[in-house]
Design a protein around this ligand. Structure first.
Ligand SMILES: NC(=O)c1ccc[n+]([C@@H]2O[C@H](COP(=O)([O-])OP(=O)(O)OC[C@H]3O[C@@H](n4cnc5c(N)ncnc54)[C@H](OP(=O)(O)O)[C@@H]3O)[C@@H](O)[C@H]2O)c1
Length: 360
């Protein structure tokens, strides 16, 4: 299979919207591969870039799964014809985004898709999976999942504990599964209708986040709990996660800007912000924040432990069915402008406990 020179992609457009346009197929650098895209999954960041952040003329979309059509000159992590998944920084570049027929990315930053994993489910590893891995294992410093075990580790009352606040989010579902695979007793919160699903994914305990007494219940019941990931991180959830930690406090990783109230709540609790785009290895600006080469290279080198074709932790866990990724709902296929319908549902908060996927 060789690539054509022209393709279609969904670009950010005037009026905070998006439209499909013809454009050149991206030209990979020596470190990059070219992928023929087959499936994408949608993230809140996609509509946020379209509505709030991207100027017109940039390719939208982050998550992807597809087939390698050109390999890298410098990194032999994958071969032509391999199915791979991952994510790129959509809404930031004119030649890099996943809502497109072809895309390019660093050869070390993709996960080979095991044979019996569907492309739609594989695509969900992108923003959701990489964010969960970065938050839990780099920022919180949890023990990594085994890369040789073919069964999940036993969990006992002595197992280390982690709190995933709002586990039915995309990031939360990945975090529950990764935490469980790493041997943690996973405590999480969600709407009651999602409790059974999250237990099946590996959560040991699930609480309703609407019950105001939950932070104190978790804190009192788990005095040594010292690590949390807040998968919502706005409108006060950072404080709820901070209150849930045990008596000695610890760290709460947040996905949006740290909230002042949460930072001032408990002196023994540290609030740490994480941003998945930093693992893509390219310096960039985000609002007023600048992410320089030193940080993005360190974050890229860390996430390669999880990606790296079929040599990383994600491949091992997916192949051995120790993790399965997000619950998927395929909402559309075909012409790329069909993606707008899914972005609208996400923006309106109509998606609960599942990941919207679109096949090309
Ligand atoms: N920093 C980063 O790198 C990064 C990466 C990924 C995402 N994010 C951000 O993280 C947020 C979540 O993204 P996502 O894609 O994981 O989410 P998502 O899948 O779109 O989240 C949907 C879920 O949010 C839950 N929810 C809604 N309001 C809630 C509240 N007040 N408290 C607790 N749970 C609530 C709902 O749970 P129930 O249905 O169970 O009620 C629903 O299932 C977004 O703001 C996104 O932009 C940041």
């Amino acid at each position: 299979m060789s690539a054509p020179t022209q393709m279609k992609a969904l670009f950010s457009a005037e009026g905070k919207t998006a439209k499909v346009q013809d454009t050149s197929v991206p030209k990979p650098t020596e470190e990059e591969i070219l992928i023929k895209n087959e499936a994408v999954t949608l993230n809140p960041t996609d509509w946020k870039h379209m509505r709030l952040m991207a100027e017109p003329g940039l390719i939208l979309g982050c998550d992807f799964a597809g087939t390698v059509v050109e390999t890298s000159k410098t990194h032999n992590t994958v071969n032509k014809g391999d199915k791979v998944a991952g994510f790129v920084h959509g809404g930031k570049y004119a030649d890099r985004g996943s809502f497109a027929e072809y895309l390019k990315t660093d050869a070390r930053l993709v996960v080979t898709v095991p044979q019996d994993v569907e492309v739609e489910r594989a695509a969900s590893v992108g923003v959701g999976g990489y964010t969960a891995a970065q938050a839990l294992f780099q920022r919180l410093g949890l023990n990594l999942p085994s890369q040789t075990a073919t069964e999940l580790p036993q969990i006992s009352p002595e197992s280390p504990q982690v709190l995933i606040w709002s586990g039915s989010t995309s990031v939360g579902q990945w975090a529950i599964q990764l935490g469980r695979a790493a041997g943690y007793h996973v405590i999480t919160t969600a709407s009651p209708k999602n409790h059974a699903i999250l237990k099946k994914m590996g959560a040991a305990e699930v609480y309703d986040y609407r019950d105001e007494s939950v932070p104190e219940k978790i804190s009192k019941g788990h005095p040594r709990l010292n690590a949390a990931l807040d998968c919502i991180s706005e409108n006060g959830t950072q404080s709820l996660a901070a209150r849930s930690l045990g008596s000695k406090g610890g760290k709460v990783v947040v996905l949006l800007k740290p909230e002042k109230e949460a930072m001032e709540l408990r002196k023994e609790v540290e609030i740490i912000h994480t941003l998945a785009y930093t693992c893509l290895g390219k310096p960039f600006s985000y609002g007023r924040a600048e992410f320089k080469e030193e940080q993005v290279h360190a974050d890229r080198d860390f996430i390669i432990k999880f990606a790296n074709g079929n040599q990383g932790i994600f491949y091992h866990l997916l192949k051995n069915k120790l993790i399965t990724g997000n619950r998927i709902k395929v909402f559309g296929q075909g012409k790329l402008d069909g993606i707008l319908e899914g972005l609208d549902q996400l923006e309106k908060g109509q998606v609960s406990g599942e990941k919207l996927a679109f096949t090309l």
